[in-house]
Design a protein around this ligand. Structure first.
Ligand code: NAP
Ligand code: GLV
Length: 308
């Protein structure tokens, strides 16, 4: 009943000592020292190759070491293997901090002040009260809901959009493609916290931007594949959008010369909105293995057909 860890080795050493202390009944091995491949029932990894999977004949659960599973080729994972994504407090806390920071940066005109400082201009911009700045979050899962709960205290009118209907206190909730235009029409700041799937790839595009209020701004903390980069550039050039904070890109790191590096209306960060905390992750996986052994669905279990 071994768990094989195949991700960042330094974090792996933290997992190893936590498994030894809190779960001595779950033998822990760190890649490439996998011991008897037939004993491996659990695999924790960021990505997997078909060769790795083929060499683990008794694998029961694949744990993603991140919140997303889009980096895994789910079609290559045998259908009887459960896939569990990472749900741990460190990821959520980091995302709430970052999405709040980005929302407040856009709300309080930080891009204008960055440009003004570079030019030596003292140029105050008139304040818009939070009560008149509408913030909408695409994706009302673990992270989207936590971000909305964190934003509530600032007084922004809040809305959210998801696949299935939701009811959240203090949030106008919209669901499904038909409701997307109405949701977008009420977003002065749009935060994308969707998973990347066939339905959501390229969703941050010209058509979506056309439904936003004039001069709206964007925060993308989902995946780079959500954004059609050329459409964002066009929307910023034309003034349809006034700014963007991007933590994720289609190609990471952005190649030298990418237009986002020096764009005055884009604040770029290197995929750091949240990071899996090694300790929290090890405890989450220990809990999920225990759930699996007890026949309970693990927190973060990914329905295979749904893809997130
Ligand atoms: P989650 O709990 O699975 O929530 C996903 C949400 O998106 C759900 O509300 C879901 O709707 C909604 N959704 C999915 N497909 C949709 C569609 N076609 N139309 C409308 N709504 C749709 O995921 P999470 O834990 O919140 O994480 C979200 C994503 O954040 C991850 O997949 C990952 O890509 C990204 N992330 C980024 C970072 C970073 O550092 N930048 C860190 C962690 C995670 P239902 O509620 O109806 O299912
Ligand atoms: C990071 O992007 C994650 O999915 O955890």
């Amino acid at each position: 009943m071994t768990l094989l860890y195949k991700a960042d080795p330094a974090r792996g050493r933290v997992w190893q000592s936590l498994f030894a202390e809190h779960a001595p009944d779950i033998p822990f091995r760190q890649w490439p020292d996998l011991g008897d491949p037939a004993a491996v029932r659990y695999l924790a990894a960021w990505t997997v190759t078909p060769d790795l999977l083929a060499g683990l004949p008794n694998l029961e659960v694949l744990f993603s070491t991140g919140a997303g599973v889009d980096q895994l080729d789910l079609a290559a994972v045998p259908s009887h293997v459960q896939v569990v994504r990472m749900v741990e407090p460190g990821i959520t806390a980091g995302m709430v901090e970052y999405a709040t920071l980005a929302t407040l940066a856009l709300h309080r005109h930080l891009l204008d002040y960055r440009a003004a400082q570079a030019e030596g201009r003292w140029a105050p911009v008139r304040l818009v009260p939070a009560a008149r700045r509408r913030v909408g979050v695409m994706g009302l899962g673990e992270l989207g809901q936590a971000v909305l709960a964190g934003l509530r205290g600032f007084g922004f009118p809040l809305s959210g959009w998801s696949r299935s209907p939701k009811s959240l206190e203090g949030v106008a909730c919209f669901a499904g493609p038909a409701a997307l235009p109405a949701f977008l029409a009420a977003c002065d700041i749009l935060v994308c916290l969707l998973p990347l799937t066939a339905e959501t790839r390229g969703i941050l595009c010209r058509e979506t931007f056309a439904h936003l209020p004039d001069g709206a701004s964007l925060v993308n903390v989902g995946r780079g594949g959500h954004l059609v980069e050329a459409d964002l550039l066009e929307a910023l050039e034309g003034g349809r959008l006034s700014g963007a904070v991007l933590d994720v890109l289609g190609e990471e790191p952005a190649p030298p010369g990418h237009p986002f590096w020096r764009h005055p209306r884009i604040l770029l960060t290197p995929h750091v909105a949240s990071m899996t905390d090694a300790e929290g992750a090890a405890h989450a996986v220990i809990g999920a293995v225990r759930d699996h052994r007890a026949g309970r669905p693990a927190r973060g279990l990914v329905p295979r057909g749904r893809g997130y």
